[in-house]
Design a protein around this ligand. Structure first.
Ligand SMILES: Cc1cc2nc3c(=O)[nH]c(=O)nc-3n(C[C@H](O)[C@H](O)[C@H](O)COP(=O)(O)OP(=O)(O)OC[C@H]3O[C@@H](n4cnc5c(N)ncnc54)[C@H](O)[C@@H]3O)c2cc1C
Length: 451
C-alpha cells in the first residue's frame, strides 16, 4: 500500500509541501483538503486586482486544482477538515456543498491552515468581510463596480494590507478614509519612518486618522455597513474594509493536541516537524519561525516564508534533510509612488526586547540630484552599540527605494557592521542613485554615531 500524505490547506504552504513531496516520491499518495474554491492563489495580489490593475481574477491563481491534479495530486476543494485524530491517523472532513461528513486516513500530515482575520470587538464588525481570499476580492470588486461614482470607503487598520487596499481604492478615484487605533500607521516601522508613510498616503488623497478607535459600524436596514463612528464623528461608508490583523489558524491543531509555541502559532522545529508527533509537520502562516535577531520564535505571516516552509516540509517528509534557517522580518510594500520596506528589528522592537541599539536616519535622493525624476528616500539603520553590527533597517521612498532593503537584509543576515557596509561595492549610475547609494550614506551616518 502506498503511504498517504494529507495536507490541510490548499494555498502557498500546503501546496508547496504537496508538490515537493509528490515530485520527490512519485509513489506517495498526496491528498489536499481546501475549504475554499481556489488552490495556490496569490492573496498578495488582491489589492492590485481590487485596484483594477488587471481584470481577470484567475491571474491570481498560480496553479488551479486541475493543474495540481494533472501533476498527480488529489485535491478536495470546498472541503473542510473539522477534526484530526493523531492516534487513529484519520481526519474528519466535511464537504461544504453537500454537508456530507466522512473520515480520511493519513500516514503523514502537513498542517497549513494559514491565518484568519481577527475582527475587533466593535458592534457591526460582523457585517464586514475581510478581503483575504480571491472570492472575497471578487465580491468586493463587484460591489465597488455596482456602486458607481461618488462612493466612500472606510478602511479600518493601517498596516500594510490596509494601506495597499487604500491605495487600490484611491487609484479607482474612490474617496477613502483609513482609520488606525494606534498612534501611527505601519506598526512594523518606527514612528519617525511611519510618519513619511502617512505623509505619502495623505499626499495621495487618503484621509488618515491615527490614534482613533472605531466605536461602531452602523448598518442599514438590510444589515450592510452605511457609516463608521470613530473619534467623535460619523463617517459615511458605502463599504468598510476590515484590515485589523490576523492570527494563526490553530484551533484544529490545538484540539488535536498539537503544541502551540509562545507566539500562539504551531510550534515546529527547524525541519517544520511538530515536536512529539511523528510524521506531522506545519508550515506557513499557522506556524512559528525562528527570528534570527530576536532569538525567539515568532509568527510572521508572509507568503515568502509560507512557500519555503512548505517546500522544506515536503522534502523532509520524503526523506530529505532541509532546515528552515529562520526569518529576520524582511517585508516590502507599496503606496502608489511610495515604497516601504523593513528588515531586522526596529528601534521600538529593540526597546521591547531590551536590546540596546544605536539608530541613524538619513534623507537622500533616489537618483543623482541633477538627474530628472530624482525623488526622496529615507533610510534608517539600527545597529549594535560598540560593534556596529547591523540589526535592522527601514526604507521609505520612491522608485526603487524598497528593494534596496534586500542589501540591508543580506547584511543583517550575514552579521555585517555598518563600517563594512559603508564601503560595500554597490552599483552606481546617475539614473539609479547618487555616487554613494542612500544605503551607504545611512551606513556612514550610523558608523559616525557609534564611533
Ligand atoms: C491582501 C493580502 C496581501 C498580502 N501581501 C503579501 C505580500 O506582498 N508579501 C508576502 O510575503 N505576503 C503577503 N501576504 C501574506 C500571504 O498571502 C500569506 O502569508 C500566505 O498566503 C500564507 O500562505 P499559507 O499557505 O500559510 O496560508 P493561506 O494562504 O492562508 O492558506 C491557508 C489555506 O488553508 C485553508 N484552510 C484553513 N483551514 C482549513 C480547514 N480546516 N480545512 C480545509 N482548508 C482549510 C484556507 O481556506 C486557506 O486557503 C498578503 C496577504 C493578504 C491577505
Amino acid at each position: 500500500m502506498a503511504r498517504r500524505l494529507a495536507i490541510i490547506g490548499g494555498d502557498a504552504a500546503g501546496m508547496s509541501a504537496a508538490s515537493t513531496a509528490r515530485r520527490r516520491d512519485p509513489d506517495l499518495e498526496v491528498v489536499a483538503f481546501e475549504r475554499g474554491p481556489y488552490s495556490s492563489y496569490s492573496a498578495c495580489g488582491i489589492p492590485y486586482y481590487v485596484g483594477a490593475l488587471f481584470d481577470d481574477p484567475d491571474r491570481l491563481i498560480s496553479r488551479s486544482p486541475d493543474e495540481h491534479r494533472a501533476n498527480g495530486l488529489t485535491l478536495f476543494m470546498r472541503t473542510e477538515v473539522t477534526a484530526i485524530d493523531l492516534d487513529a491517523r484519520r481526519l474528519t472532513v466535511v464537504d461544504r456543498q453537500s454537508g456530507d461528513e466522512r473520515s480520511e486516513p493519513f500516514d503523514e500530515l502537513v498542517y497549513a491552515t494559514g491565518a484568519e482575520a481577527v475582527a475587533p470587538p466593535i458592534p457591526g464588525a460582523e457585517a464586514t468581510e475581510p478581503v483575504r481570499t480571491v472570492d472575497a476580492a471578487e465580491r468586493f470588486r463587484a460591489a465597488l463596480e455596482r456602486g458607481g461614482d461618488h462612493q466612500h470607503v472606510v478602511v479600518i487598520g493601517g498596516g500594510y494590507i490596509g494601506l495597499e487596499m487604500a491605495e487600490a481604492l484611491v487609484q479607482r478615484n474612490i474617496a477613502t478614509t483609513l482609520i488606525e487605533a494606534a498612534p501611527q500607521v505601519m506598526g512594523t516601522l518606527d514612528a519617525d519612518m511611519a510618519a513619511h508613510v502617512q505623509d505619502a498616503a495623505e499626499g495621495l488623497g487618503i484621509r488618515v486618522l491615527v490614534g482613533t478607535a472605531v466605536e461602531e459600524i452602523l448598518l442599514d436596514p438590510l444589515g450592510a455597513p452605511r457609516a463608521v463612528r470613530a473619534g467623535g464623528e460619523t463617517i459615511d461608508a458605502d463599504h468598510v474594509v476590515m484590515a485589523t490583523g490576523v492570527k494563526p489558524a490553530v484551533a484544529l491543531a490545538e484540539d488535536a493536541g498539537i503544541e502551540l509555541g509562545p507566539s500562539g502559532a504551531v510550534r515546529v522545529d527547524d525541519h517544520q516537524r511538530c515536536p512529539g508527533h511523528d510524521g506531522v509537520y506545519a508550515a506557513g502562516d499557522c506556524a512559528e519561525s525562528w527570528h534570527r535577531i530576536l532569538e525567539q520564535p515568532v509568527n510572521i505571516q508572509l507568503g515568502t516564508h509560507a512557500n519555503k516552509q512548505g517546500r522544506i516540509a515536503g522534502a523532509n517528509l520524503t526523506g530529505g534533510d532541509l532546515a528552515f534557517p529562520g526569518v529576520i522580518g524582511t517585508a516590502v510594500s507599496r503606496l502608489c509612488r511610495y515604497e516601504v520596506a523593513r528588515t531586522g528589528i526596529s528601534e521600538r522592537e529593540a526597546g521591547q526586547a531590551d536590546i540596546a541599539v544605536v539608530a541613524a536616519e538619513v534623507k537622500d535622493k533616489t537618483r543623482a540630484g541633477y538627474f530628472p525624476g530624482a525623488g526622496p528616500i529615507w533610510v534608517k539603520l539600527v545597529c549594535e552599540p560598540g560593534t556596529g553590527r547591523l540589526l535592522g533597517g527601514q526604507i521609505v521612498g520612491v522608485e526603487g527605494a524598497a528593494k534596496r532593503i534586500d542589501v540591508l537584509a543580506t547584511c543583517v543576515w550575514a552579521g555585517m557592521t555598518v563600517d563594512e557596509i559603508e564601503l560595500l561595492d554597490l552599483g552606481y549610475a546617475p539614473p539609479y542613485s547618487g555616487v554613494y547609494d542612500p544605503v551607504l550614506v545611512a551606513a556612514r551616518a550610523a558608523a559616525k554615531r557609534i564611533s
